[in-house]
Design a protein around this ligand. Structure first.
Ligand SMILES: [Zn+2]
Ligand SMILES: [Zn+2]
Length: 383
């Protein structure tokens, strides 16, 4: 079968047409015919050698495809989750064949019994095991998301939700957003407010859509190169776009932004002015400073990435302003499923660019040029 294989770090992928197909699935394994596979920043980090994992490796830990075959245990899980052969599923990287014994697997927040997304003994598709840049992939039935049949979601729209989507969904939930949708409705100057720093990136532009459609006021912060794309995302939100204030951080300081949105704070009450929470998505000190500065006292700052050498933060923000600083990585399987259901129902979609599998290296070049949106391999495209 066809596969794009990373054979050496800092080298292009090699297209193989004779790559061995996966063996028949056993236990909790499920064989998926890949239809779309998305490229994540972590693929770039992996390819640079910084993660020190084994090669050769087929990348992509966010993909989608149809169910082809299942192991015996997988069939039991599939039955009660309503998964059938031929059905479209979304596949995140975590967690393939987890141990079932550790604290992650046994105290798992309501996922399948014995299944832990953060089990350190589990395989991670696209990183420690082969992922989605191939025609067929062996996955764990417990890691996939069922794609609602009635919403006509395309595989190319499902794939980017599997890492970027679930990560930003978990970040919003961690920041205090009620993801059940109970708080939905227009902001109208009331209710709660969240700043998304890096709002024009892969995670950010999905987060803006989720948060606005969940009825929160969104302060969407990014810089000049992606402003047009960000404004397009907001325009496509229709009425929910009224929940979003777009900020170009190169043109407005954090103090100016707070003044513009929340008005001039009365003397001695400055700490009351600001967002309830913020998500900091880019790997930069400036983004982190903005994310910490834009929230009011007692607020929550959630981070999903950080500069290689770490951040400098002011302990006074934690001690005197009582800011909660939290970090997250991906999300549980029930969060993944809730996110896919919400995206299907509400039309949340990444801005995508599609490439045939044969042109993966072109995709990677475009990624490093910073073309924006999510770059997705579409297996149905001719080379
Ligand atoms: Zn990722
Ligand atoms: Zn475990």
């Amino acid at each position: 079968m066809k596969a794009q294989v990373l054979e050496a770090f800092n080298q292009p992928y090699t297209l193989r047409t004779d790559f061995p197909a996966p063996p028949a699935p056993e236990g909790y394994e499920m064989l998926v015919r890949v239809l779309a596979a998305s490229y994540c920043h972590t693929d770039a980090v992996f390819a640079s050698g910084a993660m020190q994992q084994d090669l050769p490796r087929v990348g992509s830990h966010e993909f989608a495809g149809t169910v082809e075959a299942m192991g015996t245990e997988a069939e039991k899980v599939a039955k009660h989750r309503g998964l059938v052969k031929g059905q479209l599923v979304g596949v995140p990287g975590r967690a393939f064949r987890c141990c079932g014994e550790c604290a992650e697997c046994t105290d798992n927040g309501g996922d399948e019994p014995g299944y832990g997304v953060w089990c350190s003994r589990a395989g991670n598709l696209g990183l420690s095991r082969d992922g989605g840049f191939q025609e067929y992939c062996l996955v764990d039935v417990r890691q996939v998301a069922r794609v609602p049949e009635d919403q006509n979601m395309r595989a190319v729209d499902v794939a980017p939700l599997m890492c970027a989507g679930v990560t930003v969904w978990n970040a919003l939930e961690t920041a205090g957003v009620d993801v059940s949708g109970a708080g939905s409705g227009n902001w109208n100057g009331k209710g709660r407010s969240i700043a998304i720093v890096g709002a024009g990136g892969g995670l950010g532009h999905l987060g803006v859509q989720f948060a606005a459609k969940l009825g929160w006021h969104v302060v969407a912060v990014d810089t000049t190169p992606v402003m047009d794309m960000l404004k397009e995302v907001v325009a496509e939100l229709g009425d929910d776009g009224a929940n979003v204030t777009v900020v170009d951080a190169l043109k407005e300081s954090v103090e100016d932004v707070k003044k513009r949105i929340f008005g001039e704070a009365p003397k001695g009450r400055e700490g009351e002015n600001g967002c309830d929470a913020s998500l900091t998505l880019p790997e930069s000190q400036a983004a982190f400073d903005f994310g910490m500065g834009v929230i009011k006292n007692h607020g929550t700052c959630v981070c999903v990435s950080f500069p290689k050498d770490g951040w400098r933060f002011k302990p006074g923000d934690l001690v005197f302003r009582h800011i909660k600083l939290l970090g997250i990585l991906t999300g549980r399987n029930h969060q993944l499923q809730a996110m896919v259901n919400f995206a299907a129902k509400n039309g949340v979609k990444a801005k995508i660019r599609r490439y045939p599998l044969e042109r993966l290296n072109e995709l990677v070049e475009d990624y490093h040029r910073g073309v924006g949106g999510k770059l997705v391999v579409d297996m149905t495209l001719e080379p």
